[in-house]
Design a protein around this ligand. Sequence first.
Ligand code: 13P
Length: 369
Amino acid sequence: MATLTSTGTWLSDEQKQALRQTAEAIVADGKGILAADESVGTMGKRLSQVNLENTDDNRRKFRQLLFTSDKEIGKYLGGCILFHETLYQKADDGTPFVKLLNDLGIIPGIKVDKGVVPLAGTQGESTTQGMDDLGKRCAQYYADGCRFAKWRCVLKIGEHQPSPLAILENANVLARYASTCQQNGIVPIVEPEVLMDGAHNLARCQAVTEKVLAATYKALSDHNVYLEGTLLKPNMCLPGQGCEEKSTAEQIGEATVTTFRRTLPAAVPGVTFLSGGQSEEEASINLNAINVYANKCAEKRPWKLSFSYGRALQYSTIMAWQGKDENIKAAQDVLLNRAKANWAASQAKFAASGAGAAQDSLFVANHQY
Ligand code: 13P
């Protein structure tokens, strides 16, 4: 007869301690994550916004700009997610990017999924591939300096979506990914993203997110994942992009924190939200409102509520850069300001500015990463 095992019993105490310390360090003192893990194709779309060709050197130059920012940025960022290519790139003077990040006090992480693929038997839903050689890749990434990873699953809201199959399959693949990472000393960021696409309202997004997170944590338990050595990267609960019924930041804060109180175990050290198509300013305002509401809850909230933004940390930076060397310093200042704004929002201390490129919508239908 099979014996039940408790969460994380297959890891040694030393392995658990290392995973837990990494997860906690990433979200310590209001810090969040810079998600700079755009695939080659996605980075091409970003570069085309400033009329640059999608060459490996242009991708490298933009990432060099990010990673040579003022060292103050290490106060606001605990981690940075890289794409495979970027992990092995170097600055003009030959310094590996991993060293630049470590020197800033930012922990290097890596995107390990291999993208979203159709899930047969559903109406346009998906799962995420990349399991086959994952253990081997994690061991190599650890040796090359990465201490955490990201795997993105995508769920859609529609009349018949998400289906029970999509919820179950994505929860299970996230759990196997998480277990595989932990066996190799890597903290898994578990990312079940419920997309903003659609005309649904806030209540519907909340209902779907609750079901998705409940299924995800059931699967993580089934796979004996050590929760203290994980982070969650969810969507905020938001009305759909095409919804006419607008919600206030306070309502978004309440819906999002209520969802976690119902579904997210206290053992998980931190939540690092994706921005998902919100403008830079909205992503900061809503993160702040989430923390304001969490602070009001009668019993202390157990998790850090922070950020892991891609678009909402880099958009006005790339616009300020425009591919020109003379703009590098100005673009780095923009990045520093956005990182600082979100660090403040993670501590419920952000004051909105209401101006500039930070207002631009960053929504992309059916967004790929
Ligand atoms: P956005 O913040 O642009 O949604 O991306 C974060 C991310 O890493 C999605 O996987």
